[in-house]
Design a binder for this molecule. Structure first.
Ligand code: PAF
Length: 281
């Protein structure tokens, strides 16, 4: 497995692979890899000739400097794990390699068609601008045939699909199911920042989401939304930032259960966790 840190080296390798007619699969990550990422990498390695993984903690998508600073980083452990699971090439650039000083300081403009006015977009201003900025740069460099994203970041997938459409990328976006710990807690790099006690507390988020599925036969979307918020807030140590039940495609508030998904953000101590659940209409 090769580890590259410059755009020049990466472009040279990608051109050589393309010249040989190889299909490139791509998993963009911010490192601190866990079983959720590994499921994407294994699938990517199985479905393509070449599997490329990027590890880059993208500063432009963090609206909170403290969150950026505290984001877990362990390149050595990540690359050792990736070598075991069929990854062929890791791209791990520095912020200076990825961005000019202007790009670092200016907001990347993009027409989100309203996707940025709800949920993560609303609560993390500028977050998706940074995501589109970095993913479009990475797509330009890696030129993947398929790119893999985890459904824990459900809204991110919707944003990426819009980006692909508007910017005419010739890439298949593969969305992959959430991977959970045995307790139900959705796997996240941020879980590393939870104490064992907080980890047990955080497992209540998934428990309540799954329980809410039982209510859809008898209760309206609004009722279930309030119930979930109330149940999570009742758990000592958890605080809901938002819980929205939206249409899976438009991400606009759902009025019926058909095609509905519930997306939640919860603080467990100072760790911000997200999760979601699809409802069956
Ligand atoms: O989902 C993530 O880890 C990041 O948002 C991504 C897609 C790697 C862009 O930095």
């Amino acid at each position: 497995m090769k580890i590259l840190t410059t755009k020049k080296e990466l472009l040279a390798d990608v051109s050589a692979l393309k010249a040989l007619g190889k299909t490139i699969g791509f998993v963009p990550t911010m490192g601190a890899l866990h079983e959720g990422h590994f499921s994407l990498v294994r699938r990517c390695a199985n479905e393509n000739d070449v599997c490329v993984v990027s590890i880059f903690v993208n500063p432009t998508q963090f609206n909170n400097p403290e969150d950026l600073e505290k984001y877990p980083r362990d390149l050595k452990r990540d690359t050792e794990a990736l070598a075991e699971m069929g990854c062929n090439l890791v791209f791990a650039p520095s912020p200076e390699e990825m961005y000019s000083p202007e790009e670092m300081s200016q907001t990347f403009e993009f027409d989100f068609g309203g996707l940025d006015h709800v949920m993560e977009g609303l609560h993390r201003p500028g977050h998706f601008n940074g995501v589109v900025q970095v993913v479009s740069k990475l797509f330009d460099l890696v030129q993947p045939y398929r790119a893999y994203f985890g459904e824990k970041d459900f809204q991110q997938i919707a944003v990426i699909k819009r980006m692909v459409k508007l910017m005419n990328y010739d890439v298949i976006i593969v969305s992959c199911p959430i991977v959970r710990e045995t307790s139900g807690l959705a796997r996240s790099s941020r879980n590393e920042r939870l104490s064992p006690a907080e980890r047990a507390t955080a497992a209540n988020i998934a428990r309540i989401l799954f329980e809410s599925r039982q209510l859809t036969a008898s209760q309206s979307v609004c009722q279930v939304q309030s119930w979930v918020i109330e149940q999570i807030n009742r758990v000592d140590g958890l605080r809901v930032e938002y819980y929205e039940i939206v249409d899976c495609d438009t991400l606009q508030p759902a009025t019926e259960w058909k095609n509905a998904i519930g997306c939640v953000t919860v603080y467990c101590g100072d760790v911000r966790l997200i999760d979601n659940i699809k409802y069956i209409g």
